[in-house]
Design a binder for this molecule. Sequence first.
Ligand code: ZN
Ligand code: ZN
Length: 230
Amino acid sequence: MLLADALRLVAEGVFPARCIGCERRGTPLCDACRRELPFLPDGVCHRCGSRRGARGVCRGCRRLSSALSSVRAAFVYEGAARTAVLTLKFRSGRYLAPLMGEFLRETLRAHPLHAELVVPVPLGPRRRRERGFNQSELLAQEVAALVQGTVVADALERRERPPQQTLTAVERMHNVADAFACPCRRTVHGKRILLVDDVVTTGATISACADTLADAGARRVSALVFARDL
Ligand SMILES: [Zn+2]
Ligand SMILES: [Zn+2]
């Protein structure tokens, strides 16, 4: 066993659940912090979930692929919601998946949706190896039953790409656009698909995933994320 893994296992035993809002031990979310969660404000765009522009022009929609029919988010990416996203990236934070799933299901119940396939946004092979799990797959498992779908974790493949920070804005767009491949087109063809990710910032990643699935013949692609930048 690697030393890092050993330390992590120890940490999981020593540091059980902590509140994502106030870090109090013993609960993943205390009652006081539950009331303070950064839910999306009223009046966000129905399609992309971001704030509309001054004249009703939605910048968020313009940045999304036309292959995406909608992006639903439970929270704004700030405060306790941001802490939850960052914590779930660690093995020791996996206890948060059921709690995050509870809010994702609530979001879906507000706007019901059916999908035959539930597809997590994949990690690149190197990061997947390092982390040992894909946090978006944990979230996908949490909502599959509600949309009456099956989780297909390998519907998309993410190619290794140079880190975004090393590239210009234009290079970044191309870098993301061809980062995904669909190795099982037959599975995807003609299906309604729900893409699941932990967080959306620019929408470039989720758009690239939707384009890849649409190219493979998906009938409809929607997305569900735990948190998004407004
Ligand atoms: Zn708290
Ligand atoms: Zn919009």
